[in-house]
Design a protein around this ligand. Structure first.
Ligand code: C2O
Ligand code: CU
Ligand code: CU
Length: 555
C-alpha cells in the first residue's frame, strides 16, 4: 500500500514538473505531387478531451513537405472546409500566381493545383492558409505545416539531416482551451503546444542534433534559451543557412520566423535539458511581455518551458561536430539598389486588434501599393512609430537585414530572412532582390505576421513587373484586342481575342477569382455566367505574353 502511494505521489509530482507527452513529429513526405486536404477534425490534445480542429491531411497541423531545389513541385490543395481557403508557401520564391495570397480563393469543395519550380536554398519554410480575413482563424484551428527544402550545397555539409532521428521540426504555438475542449480564438494562449503536443518531451541521441524552430503562434514572441544557460549554434534563419554557425544562448523568434539550431549533446546520454522561453526578458513593447495595457495571459512576462529534451544513446553514425563554415552568402549589394522605400508603421492598438497602418494605409485588395521591377534590388526601411513591435513579412523574396537603428543585427539574424521583428521606435533596413514576377492580378503581400493584425488589414500589396511585358500589361481596359459580349449578360458570354489565348479568369468585386478556364490557344470561347451572382466582374485574359482585361456585367 505504502509502495503504491509513493508511486502515485511520484506520478503526481511528475505531472506537475516534468514533461509527459512524446513530441509529435509530423510525417515527412517526399513526393512529386502532394495532396493536402484541408478539413475539419476532432483531435484529443488531452486524453478524453475533444477539441474541434482544422488540419491539412491530419487532425491538427499537416505533413512536412520535403522539396528539392531545382525540381518542380505539384501541390493540390483540397478545401473540405465550409469556408474559402488558400494556401501560402511562406518564404518560397514562387511567382505571384503560385503564392496563395488572398486573391487566390479555393471555394469549399474545390481544389487548387499549385505548381512551381523550387528555387529556394536548403532551409526551413512553412505553409499556412492566407484567405482574406480568415488567416488567423484557420491557422489558429491548426492549418499549417513545415516545408524542408534540400539542395546539393547543404548535402555537402556534415549536418544532422535524418528527419525525426537527429533533425526535428519544432513549431511552437500557444493556445487557450475553453471548457468544452475547444480552442479560444485570440492573440494569446495560456497553454504551449509544440507540434500540437502539450507538455512535450523529445528523445534526442547523444550527439549533434538539429532543431528547426518555427514560431507558429498568432501573436506571441518567444525568447529561446536553455534552462542551464548553455550556448547553442544557430545555423540558419528564415531563408536558408548562415555563412557560419552563430553561437548564442538566446534567440528571439517572432511570428512566422524560423531558426535552425544545432545542439551538441555528445556525452550527455541520460541527461535532460529544457528549452525555455524567457518571456520575462521581453520589453514591454513586444507581445508576450506583461504590458498591462494589452490583453493578458498567464504566460505573459514569465519564463516558461517549451520542450524537455531527454538524451538517449547515440545513433550508429552520429554527427559529433559542428561545422565551422556553412554556406557562402551572396546578398545584394547596397550599390545595386535602385530605390529605397520607407514603410512607416503607425497606430495604437492591442495585440489582438488594429488599427495599425503602413504608410497610413490599410489593406485594400483592389489597390496595388507598390510596383517593383523584376530583377531589381531595393532597400526597404521599416520604421515603427506605433505602440508595439510588429513582425513584418514580405512575400516572394528573402531579404537581408542591413541594420537595426544603424547597427548590424546579431550574427544569428544575418542570413536570408522573410520576417523581421521591428520594435517600437526602431528603424530596420532590409535589402532584397525581386527575382519572381507578380503581375497585377496576382500581387504579393507584405504585412505584419501577428495574424490578428494581418486580418485587421495591417497588410499591403506589391507587384513585381517584368519590364519586357510590363508596358503591354498596362494597356487600358476595353482595348480592341479582346472583346466579351453580350454585356450585360444573363449567362452566356462570348470572349474573342485577336491572338491565341492561354487562360482567362473572372474576378469579382471582392477581388476573388470566381471562374478560371484554360483556353489552349483558342481565339473564341464561350462562358456560362448563369451560376454567378449578379454584379460587375473583371475579365482577365492571358495570352500572347500579355494580360488583357475588360469589364463584364452579369445581369
Ligand atoms: Cu506567412 Cu503572408 O504570410
Ligand atoms: Cu509569406
Ligand atoms: Cu502587428
Amino acid at each position: 500500500m505504502r509502495y503504491t502511494l509513493a508511486l502515485f505521489g511520484t506520478a503526481l509530482l511528475g505531472l506537475a514538473t516534468h514533461a509527459q507527452n512524446p513530441l509529435a513529429i509530423p510525417p515527412a513526405l517526399d513526393l512529386d505531387t502532394f495532396d493536402l486536404v484541408v478539413d475539419e477534425h476532432v483531435h484529443q490534445f488531452f486524453p478524453g478531451i475533444n477539441t474541434n480542429t482544422y488540419g491539412a491531411s491530419a487532425e491538427y497541423l499537416g505533413p512536412t513537405l520535403v522539396l528539392h531545389k531545382g525540381d518542380t513541385t505539384n501541390i493540390r490543395v483540397h478545401n473540405q472546409l465550409a469556408q474559402i481557403t488558400s494556401m501560402h508557401w511562406h518564404g518560397m520564391h514562387v511567382p505571384g500566381e503560385q503564392d496563395g495570397g488572398p486573391q487566390l480563393v479555393i471555394e469549399p469543395g474545390a481544389q487548387w493545383h499549385y505548381k512551381y519550380a523550387v528555387k529556394n536554398p536548403a532551409g526551413t519554410y512553412w505553409y499556412h492558409p492566407h484567405p482574406h480575413e480568415l488567416t488567423a482563424e484557420q491557422a489558429n484551428m491548426g492549418v499549417a505545416g513545415f516545408i524542408i527544402v534540400q539542395d546539393e550545397e547543404e548535402a555537402q555539409l556534415e549536418l544532422p539531416r535524418t528527419y525525426g532521428v537527429d533533425d526535428f521540426p519544432v513549431v511552437v504555438q500557444d493556445r487557450t482551451f475553453i471548457a468544452n475542449g475547444d480552442f479560444a480564438f485570440g492573440p494569446y494562449g495560456n497553454t504551449v503546444l509544440v507540434n500540437g503536443t502539450p507538455d512535450p518531451y523529445l528523445e534526442c541521441p547523444a550527439q549533434v542534433v538539429r532543431l528547426r524552430l518555427l514560431n507558429g503562434s498568432n501573436a506571441r514572441v518567444y525568447v529561446l534559451g536553455f534552462e542551464d544557460g548553455r550556448n547553442y549554434q544557430v545555423i540558419g534563419g528564415d531563408g536558408g543557412l548562415l555563412a557560419a554557425p552563430a553561437t548564442t544562448d538566446r534567440l528571439w523568434l517572432s511570428n512566422g520566423e524560423r531558426a535552425e539550431v544545432l545542439l551538441d549533446l555528445s556525452g550527455m546520454e541520460g541527461d535532460s535539458l529544457l528549452l525555455m522561453s524567457y518571456g520575462s526578458e521581453l520589453p514591454q513593447t513586444v507581445p508576450g511581455s506583461n504590458n498591462m495595457m494589452w490583453e493578458s495571459s498567464a504566460l505573459n512576462g514569465i519564463d516558461f518551458p517549451l520542450l524537455r529534451i531527454r538524451v538517449t544513446a547515440p545513433t550508429a553514425q552520429p554527427v559529433t561536430t559542428v561545422p565551422t563554415t556553412l554556406v557562402a552568402q551572396d546578398p545584394p549589394q547596397l550599390a545595386e539598389a535602385v530605390r529605397t522605400r520607407t514603410k512607416t508603421l503607425a497606430g495604437m492598438g492591442m495585440v489582438g486588434m488594429g488599427m495599425f497602418t503602413i504608410n497610413g494605409l490599410m489593406f485594400d485588395m483592389e489597390v496595388i501599393n507598390d510596383t517593383v521591377q523584376l530583377g531589381s534590388v531595393e532597400v526597404w526601411n521599416i520604421v515603427n512609430n506605433s505602440n508595439m513591435a510588429h513582425p513584418m513579412h514580405i512575400h516572394g523574396v528573402s531579404f537581408t537585414v542591413l541594420e537595426r537603428n544603424g547597427v548590424a543585427p546579431p550574427a544569428w539574424e544575418q542570413g536570408p530572412k522573410d520576417v523581421v521583428l521591428v520594435d517600437r521606435l526602431e528603424s530596420v533596413k532590409l535589402i532584397m532582390r525581386f527575382t519572381e514576377p507578380a503581375p497585377e492580378e496576382w500581387p504579393y503581400m507584405y504585412h505584419c505576421h501577428n495574424l490578428l493584425h494581418e486580418d485587421n488589414m495591417m497588410m499591403l500589396q506589391y507587384m513585381v513587373r517584368d519590364q519586357t511585358t510590363g508596358i503591354r500589361t498596362e494597356q487600358p481596359s476595353g482595348s480592341a484586342r479582346i472583346s466579351a459580349y453580350p454585356s450585360p449578360t444573363h449567362g452566356q458570354l462570348t470572349v474573342t481575342t485577336t491572338y491565341p489565348a492561354e487562360h482567362l479568369h473572372l474576378v469579382d468585386a471582392m477581388g476573388r477569382t470566381v471562374l478560371r478556364t484554360g483556353l489552349n490557344g483558342a481565339r473564341t470561347s464561350t462562358l456560362d455566367l448563369a451560376p454567378l451572382p449578379r454584379g460587375t466582374y473583371v475579365l482577365l485574359v492571358h495570352g500572347d505574353g500579355v494580360v488583357e482585361r475588360t469589364l463584364v456585367v452579369r445581369e
